[in-house]
Unconditional design. Structure first.
Length: 226
């Protein structure tokens, strides 16, 4: 899948998808025998890469509209169970987080030690602007760190709660539209992508999602408004 995504990014350099490139892409997709989940991930990466070529918000809105229309037009098939693992350093974990933020259409519940990666910050802001309800539970001490994006996201419309204790709120998980769970050691920081040995597990397992959602709701009820 990495090979396919890298090739797709390469074809965008001249803004033209030639007949030869189309043929090569079809061949790669056929050879890799990618699952529906993998193909959806690749499709999300295509739209994400297109977004990276624009800075004007109106242009980004058009790409967002195009992605949402694309999802509606294509027949939605029942998603079979999946559970995938990603590791850092490298872009796998970060890409997974950004992809799921882009996919979300209703709500994102985030329970993480800290957020200081500006790519994640910007993608969450974009989700908020398109009407996704974002709730964040985080550690109170980490909100004061240089580079923390918590206050920024709260000002942009995210609802934020903190633990207000001498101990740490050390969870790292997020739930997207009640359909996908991300969990693991991965801190939502740039260092985690660039230097640290970290991991993320991604799954649509209903029992796992329900269990983590129950924990999120419990913490949300117990913690203080930021």
């Amino acid at each position: 899948m990495k090979e396919l995504i890298a090739y797709l990014k390469q074809t965008l350099e001249d803004r033209i998808l030639t007949k030869g490139e189309k043929k090569a892409l079809k061949s790669v997709i056929s050879d890799k025998k990618l699952s529906k989940h993998d193909l959806n991930r690749v499709r999300s990466e295509v739209f994400n890469e297109a977004r990276n070529h624009f800075s004007d918000y109106k242009h980004l809105q058009v790409i967002d509209w195009l992605e949402e229309a694309n999802k509606l037009i294509l027949p939605k098939e029942r998603q079979s169970f999946y559970c995938r693992s990603y590791f850092s350093p490298g872009q796998e974990c970060l890409s997974t987080i950004l992809t799921q933020i882009s996919y979300a259409v209703r709500k994102i519940d985030i329970c993480v030690f800290t957020i200081s990666d500006n790519d994640i910050r910007d993608r969450l802001e974009y989700a908020i602007n398109k009407g996704v309800k974002v709730r964040i539970i985080t550690d109170d001490d980490k909100t004061n760190d240089l580079g923390s994006d918590i206050e920024y996201l709260q000002r942009k419309g995210a609802s934020v709660k903190v633990d207000n204790s001498s101990h740490h709120m050390h969870h790292k998980f997020a739930i997207f539209d009640d359909e996908v769970l991300l969990t693991g050691s991965y801190n939502w920081t740039r260092s985690a992508a660039q230097f640290n040995q970290e991991n993320i597990l991604e799954t649509n397992d209903k029992k796992a999602i329900d269990s983590y959602q129950k924990e999120f709701d419990k913490l949300w009820g117990a913690m203080s408004v930021y």
